[in-house]
Design a protein around this ligand. Structure first.
Ligand code: NAD
Length: 524
């Protein structure tokens, strides 16, 4: 069944609270709340500029990145009263939800995954409207990954059993994994449905209620999900969606009755979330932040395979992927061979940059004007003071925010383009002489999300993998994830892990129950 069949159907532009699509509370009330925030916390939250620029507006302006034209100005920015309504709904739902039989929770999660797949084209289209990603090269993958997370975590509902320790010392120890209650997920714009799956599925499988705050740049798929959540059978208050910007996120992160925030986004915002969590109720925090992922190509690597992975990894979703292989280090013995082919492939990719509606196009625009400017400025500064620009670097077309896949070579390892996340289709390629040197340079940034090692030598592959300071390492692959295994980074790439069993721990609190086994032994 398709839920959204015609283009003429209205866009999802309402909040989803307590299983109802509702308008936000009044603009006046919002503005009042705003002013209060400005007095007490805005300078700490760092959202002052956004808030002041927006003035009394309580709706998002959503832009089509292929043209710069306005798609909608109706999506609400959930305010304090909306957040309160969602939390009240959770507080009514949670005591019942945590007691729902695991197999019933499992059925709902599976049903939601199924509905996401059935509606994948329309959900992807809703994201594409403001993200610009083609369905074939990214949209479908992204929705499927979100649905896979609901399938995967459905399997855990009756298997995350806790522990017990024997009573030789007279005390039986039972360790329970208990849900946290009011949990929230704050998502980035670059993978709207995958990040929902990674957060919400683990939260719901472990018996929590979940409030989703999608990005202000790509909220449509999340808002449309409300209908699927209801049809999957989730009771009111269990899974809710509040659109909004940083101010809505800050309300959740600083709320005294939210017990967990799972956040994916930039390092700067991640640090603010942690600060808000600490200053409010010490809520639990998972942070999935930025990356500057290295790929290391040794002299015995299969060059065709390395080129394929490294080039695909930096242009997928126009390079707007946290674990994109943006730094490629190639052994000097194969540097010429690798670079010749890599540059050829990257130059070719400019031919498939274009409208996401055109089926032959694989790479869409950058998400908006501000992000385009940011990426273009990195490229400009990169040319003036550090590396050699050898492929791309220019805007494509008159309209929208299209940019050529771009490669710099021989880049200064102290430079900005070597060390900072650009979040666009911009790679650097440097040569190296030996293993120790390349490991040291690969580990030299503040990020540690993903790394890739390309070699035929398994001993070297495993040795280097263990030396890399990174949450994930691919051997003869890079920039990928598997829902069964932990996903996340070291250093400033984040705290905690999503996916796999690690995600269950992140959404539960352990409780130790100690039973005095000798009590009553001699009583009748
Ligand atoms: P962002 O930090 O600007 O925004 C992310 C989310 O945080 C949005 O929903 C936004 O509304 C909200 N937010 C902004 N200010 C806030 C505040 N003060 N309090 C609470 N919430 C606030 O990030 P972005 O630009 O949307 O996403 C791009 C970044 O996300 C990149 O750095 C990328 O690497 C990272 N990312 C990481 C992963 C990962 O799994 N590690 C995955 C995808 C994206």
């Amino acid at each position: 069944m398709l839920y959204f069949t015609a283009d003429s159907l209205p866009l999802p532009e309402l909040l989803f609270i307590n299983n109802e699509f509702v308008a936000s509370k009044s603009a006046e009330r919002y503005h009042f709340h705003y002013l209060r925030l400005r007095v007490c916390t805005i300078s700490e939250l760092g959202t002052k500029r956004t808030l002041i620029r927006r003035g009394a507006s309580c709706r998002l302006t959503l832009i089509d990145p292929t043209s710069g034209s306005v798609v909608s100005q109706k999506v609400p920015i959930a305010n304090e009263a909306d957040v309160e309504a969602a939390i009240v709904a959770v507080e009514a739902a949670f005591p019942l939800w945590k007691k729902v039989l695991p197999r019933e929770r499992q059925r709902m999660l599976l049903r939601l995954a199924e509905l996401m797949r059935k509606n994948s084209q329309r959900l992807a289209e809703l994201s594409r409207l403001t993200l610009g990603s083609p369905y074939r090269s990214f949209g479908e993958f992204e929705i499927t990954l979100g649905a896979d997370c609901f399938d995967y975590f459905a399997g855990w509902t009756d298997k995350f059993a806790g522990e017990s320790f024997p009573q030789e010392d007279g005390i039986l120890k039972i360790v329970r994994n208990e849900p946290l209650g009011v949990t929230a997920g704050i998502c980035p714009w670059n993978s709207p449905c995958a990040t929902i799956g990674m957060k919400a599925a683990a939260a719901l499988a472990t018996g929590n209620c979940f409030i989703l705050k999608p990005s202000e740049k790509t909220p449509f798929a999340a808002l449309a999900l409300g209908e699927l959540v209801r049809d999957a059978g989730f009771p009111p208050g269990v899974f809710q969606v509040l659109s909004g910007d940083g101010s809505t996120g800050a309300l959740l992160a600083s709320h005294m009755r939210v017990s967990k925030i799972s956040f994916t986004g930039s390092v700067n915002t991640g640090k603010k979330i942690m600060e808000m969590a600490a200053k409010s109720n010490l809520k639990r925090v998972t942070l999935e932040l930025g990356g500057k992922s290295p790929a290391i190509v040794f002299d015995d690597a299969d060059i065709a395979n390395a080129v394929q992975w490294c080039s695909s990894a930096i242009v997928a979703n126009t390079g707007q992927v946290c674990f994109a292989a943006s730094r490629v280090y190639v052994h000097e013995a194969v540097y010429e061979e690798f670079t010749q082919e890599y540059l050829r492939v990257m130059a070719e990719k400019a031919k498939v940059v274009g409208s996401p509606d055109d089926p032959i196009m694989e790479i869409g625009p950058l998400v908006d004007a501000a992000h385009f400017e940011r990426v273009a400025e990195f490229i400009e500064r990169g040319q003036s003071d550090t590396g050699k620009l050898v492929v791309g670097g220019k805007k494509l077309g008159k309209d929208g925010y299209f940019i050529e896949p771009t490669v710099f070579v021989d880049v200064d390892t102290g430079s900005e383009i070597h060390n900072e996340e650009i979040f666009g289709p911009v790679a650097i390629v440097n040569r190296f002489k030996d293993e120790d040197e390349v490991v040291r340079i690969a580990n030299s940034t503040r990020y540690g999300l993903m790394a890739g090692v390309f070699t035929e030598n398994i001993t070297r592959a495993l040795r280097v993998s263990s030396e890399l300071d990174s949450g994930m390492v691919g051997i003869n692959c890079v920039s990928m994830l598997c829902v069964q295994a932990p996903f996340g980074g070291t250093k400033e790439s984040g705290i905690g892990r999503e996916c796999g069993m690690a995600a269950l721990r992140a959404f539960t609190e352990t409780k130790t129950i100690m039973v005095n086994m000798s009590y009553g032994q001699h009583k009748r």
